[in-house]
Design a protein around this ligand. Structure first.
Ligand code: NAD
Length: 359
């Protein structure tokens, strides 16, 4: 098949990890005789430097005309002092919003070969980690009214958590549909004991659940959930989360699964166009050193193949290649343990590509 893929390299380690993903995609294209046509629109700090804004209209247009979008990461200290509307992260929120991508799907899976890389005790991870965080992406506190004002207490700042029934319903449906294809369990995360928005969240999720009698639903307060991920991550199948809670808990689940450098995500809307990225940021502390773990971005490209392009066998091969390379003992620095073989970001990509061709 021929597919148009917008590749947003971004900032920090973004170029290194997207290049790695393109190496893996190149092997997939060769093996299965596909033609992937890439464009490279700007976003984030790189866009600020070149165009003056974090999300140029041209980027939105190019992405909308593509079959899928693959993103590295944006942001870094160079742009931290800019006004809020010029910050790289604003571009990220903007592109998700412009493409109508309201559902962020973040699988956290602990590979057998990486059990020693999890910071959790062996007796805790012995049952494995295989969960999916379904995070609402275009609502909640990241999009509510915000500002600063002078009050009798002095300068104060506020951010508003706001959710509509419609926003909760559509993300809940995605979580239940994913659960139907997995172990049929949804844990909905909220703070219903304190927040009004949490009570609306819980009530609406209960309502949606009625249409999915084959899926078991339970509710968990976010503070308990943060603890339960550490206590026994194997209890989770699909975790349904508001925007901010999903942001935080998926990082925690990622670390439990070995490294933040291992976890991909997809951002989906109503159509087939999706945005695929690692869950981590631009890691400015290791940018340019060729030491980043590219696996999250490679696996994000794998999610793209099946979810946006309908290439299921190709996704399986890519995932198997990653697993085989890990089984063979190759590790980037973040997942390295003594007795394994430390490799660079680009070398890891080459090894995965070679595996894809050999499978
Ligand atoms: P981060 O995820 O970039 O890094 C956190 C830690 O994890 C760092 O020590 C980093 O070196 C390490 N790390 C991250 N990815 C790694 C990988 N692939 N391989 C090995 N180690 C990896 O989070 P941060 O430091 O809080 O944020 C840095 C910048 O990234 C900020 O500007 C932030 O706003 C931005 N950010 C962007 C996104 C995104 O583009 N989606 C997401 C989160 C943060």
């Amino acid at each position: 098949m021929k597919a148009k893929i917008a590749v947003i390299r971004g900032d920090g380690i973004g170029p290194e990890i997207t290049d790695a993903a393109l190496t893996a995609l190149g092997a997939i294209a060769t093996k299965f005789s596909h033609e992937f046509v890439y464009s490279f629109p700007l976003l984030g700090g790189e866009a600020v430097d070149n165009t003056g804004v974090p999300l140029p209209q041209e980027t939105v247009d190019v992405c909308k005309k593509s079959d899928a979008v693959l993103l590295g990461a944006v942001g870094g200290p160079k742009w931290d002092s800019l006004a809020g509307h010029l910050r790289p992260e604003k571009g990220l929120l903007g592109i998700r919003s412009a493409l109508g991508l309201y559902a962020n799907v973040r699988p956290a899976f602990l590979y057998g070969a990486l059990k020693n890389s999890s910071p959790l005790r062996p007796d805790i991870v012995k049952n494995g980690i295989d969960l999916v965080v379904v995070r609402e992406l275009t609502g909640g506190i990241y999009f509510g009214e915000r500002g600063q004002k002078r009050t009798e207490k002095g300068l104060t700042a506020y951010d508003t958590e706001i959710y509509s029934v419609h926003e909760i319903e559509r993300i809940a449906k995605i979580a239940f549909e994913i659960a139907q294809k997995r172990r049929k369990k949804v844990t909905s995360v909220d703070k219903a004991n304190v927040l009004e928005s949490g009570r609306l969240w819980r009530g609406t999720v209960n309502h949606v659940a009625a249409a999915y009698p084959d899926v078991k639903l339970d509710h968990m307060l976010v503070d308990n959930c943060a603890m339960q991920i550490i206590r026994d991550p194997s209890q989770f199948d699909v975790m349904l989360c508001p925007n901010m809670f999903g942001d935080i808990l998926s990082d925690e689940a990622a670390m439990a699964a070995g490294s933040i450098g291992m976890l991909p995500s997809s951002s989906l809307g109503t159509g087939t166009l999706g945005l695929y990225e690692p869950i981590h940021g631009s890691a400015p502390d290791i940018a340019g050193t060729d030491t980043a773990n590219p696996i999250a971005t490679v696996l994000a490209a794998g999610m793209m193949l099946s979810t946006s392009l309908g290439l299921y066998r190709e996704t399986e091969i890519l995932q198997l290649a990653v697993e085989n390379v890990l089984d063979a003992g190759y590790r980037t620095a973040d997942i390295y343990t003594p007795s394994t073989k430390k490799v660079s970001c680009s070398k890891m990509a080459e090894l995965i590509a070679l595996q894809i061709l050999q499978l």
